[in-house]
Design a protein around this ligand. Structure first.
Ligand code: 4AD
Ligand code: MG
Length: 430
């Protein structure tokens, strides 16, 4: 008999089918036995109340997380329409799992992280990874529809995109040091001159000694870059993009969000309202009025981001940052050379900054001065300066931290659960 996928169960009501998967749960109530299996596409419960000794023996023997094949007749649940059950007619153990280490009881995070290769099978982890998958697909769909071309940036680079304090270095043969990319931005800037609108999506690395629930050492970033695009248009594109992804996830991850018990009220409202825009100077004033010790030359702390998020209950662009605390490539505001046309997009519910972007400095002489000021080597950055020499245009872009986005949408408190195998300050295994 042909193997069916659990996701297609509703098309097979009344038929006898076979599902192949893993045993998720087993219980008995008198002579009735319930076995829940999952096959990666969904979960289904099967019921057995007959007396075939071979089947009963197998039911008795099969352990949690064993691989099994189950044959049965599909029934719709009499009181819960849309829920299906399998009336078991046959069961075979493909491979017995002996003492699977993760059980229904509470385990500590260190134990679960050490067993990440097995933890991935748990229902919540399954749901989070599926939301991650949806965010990736929805993002690529958005950029495709908006006429962006995907350009893959290198991972090994001779330069720092986001400053030298969080760089991982490697020995690069006879050529000295190479570095693991912190963002593909500088490279995709080159590609707008060929394709106008481009994006990249790949792993990036930050040798950051931050041990918080928002920081990973290795994470996935999506950078987007647009020619003939100013700071205002850049923020508008970010808003449109974020709303597109939220809408897609709400529409097609209902089961996952329910498993995670995600209250989606705020997310639903966000798709239909405009994001807030505030300058860094105004944000500082506001936060100080709420008791924060932030000064006008500071980045926001986690607590500041939470206060701000709670005040508005929707995403907020913080724009026009003091130039000292932002990257060298950000364009100075023509109305105030002390601030740059950069933006951080902060989301509510305590999840903080999810996108960071800016208009880029497009003037050759200004950028050259900045690079001299910041002691950036012309050997390494000459090519980046060249882009301002041959047909320079106003241009802007932004980067989304995939795992921060997934944390927020799925309501996952700690970012380590939103990537299959997290790399943390104190963890490189499995
Ligand atoms: O704000 P960041 O550092 O911006 C850039 O790298 C720009 N080059 C992007 C661009 O303009 N193309 O990083 C972008 C996003 C942040 O908003 C945050 O969501 C995420 O990347 N991020 C991290 N996520 C997890 N762990 C970390 N250590 C992160 N650092 C930044
Ligand atoms: Mg940032």
């Amino acid at each position: 008999m042909e193997r069916m996928l659990i996701k297609d169960v509703s098309k097979n009501v009344g038929k006898e089918v076979t599902f192949c998967g893993w045993l998720n749960n087993k219980r008995s109530s008198g002579k009735v036995h319930f076995l829940e299996i999952r096959d990666g596409t969904g979960y289904i419960q099967s019921v057995y109340a007959d007396a075939d000794t071979k089947i009963l023996d197998t039911i008795g023997l099969v352990a949690h997380e064993s691989s099994v094949s189950m044959k049965g007749i599909v029934n719709e649940h009499p009181r819960k329409p849309g829920t299906y059950e399998l009336q078991l007619t046959g069961i075979e153990i493909i491979s017995q799992a002996i003492d699977f280490p993760i059980s229904k009881k509470e385990h500590g995070p260190e134990f679960l992280l050490a067993n990440r290769h097995l933890w991935l099978r748990s229902k919540k982890q399954w749901a989070i990874m599926r939301i991650r998958n949806k965010v990736i697909y929805s993002s690529m769909d958005f950029f495709h529809k908006e006429n962006f071309i995907k350009i893959d940036a290198p991972i090994i680079t001779p330069v720092a995109c986001e400053g030298t304090t969080t760089l991982f270095d490697i020995d690069y043969f006879d050529l000295g040091k190479g570095y693991l990319s912190q963002s593909g931005q500088l490279y995709i800037e080159a590609a707008i001159f060929a394709h106008n609108r481009v994006y990249d999506f790949g792993p990036v690395f930050r040798a950051e000694k931050s041990n918080t629930r928002k920081h990973l050492i290795e994470f996935w970033m999506l950078d987007a870059e647009m020619a003939y695009c100013d700071h205002e248009q850049n923020m508008s594109m970010q808003e449109k993009f974020m709303k597109h992804v939220i809408k897609d996830v709400l529409e097609s991850c209902k089961e996952e969000l329910e498993i995670l018990q995600r209250d989606t009220t705020i997310l639903e409202k966000i798709i239909h309202s405009s994001f807030e825009r505030m300058t860094h100077a105004d944000v500082v004033k506001f936060l100080r009025s709420k008791g924060s010790a932030i000064t006008d030359q500071d980045d926001l702390g986690a607590q500041d981001e939470t206060i701000l998020g709670n005040e508005f209950n929707k995403p907020i662009f913080i724009e026009k940052w003091p130039k000292q605390i932002k990257a060298f490539y950000m364009k100075r505001d023509p109305n105030n050379p002390n601030v740059v046309l950069g933006d951080d997009l902060i989301v509510p519910e305590g999840y903080g900054e999810i996108f960071g972007g800016s208009q880029r400095e497009d003037n050759y002489d200004v950028l050259l001065d900045i690079m001299k000021e910041e002691k950036l080597s012309l050997d390494d950055f000459g090519w980046y300066l060249d882009l301002r020499k041959y047909g320079s245009v106003p241009h802007s872009g932004f980067g989304m931290g995939l795992e921060r986005m997934v944390s927020w949408l799925s309501g996952t408190q700690h970012i380590r659960e939103t990537i299959p195998f997290p790399r943390l300050l104190n963890r490189i295994r499995p």
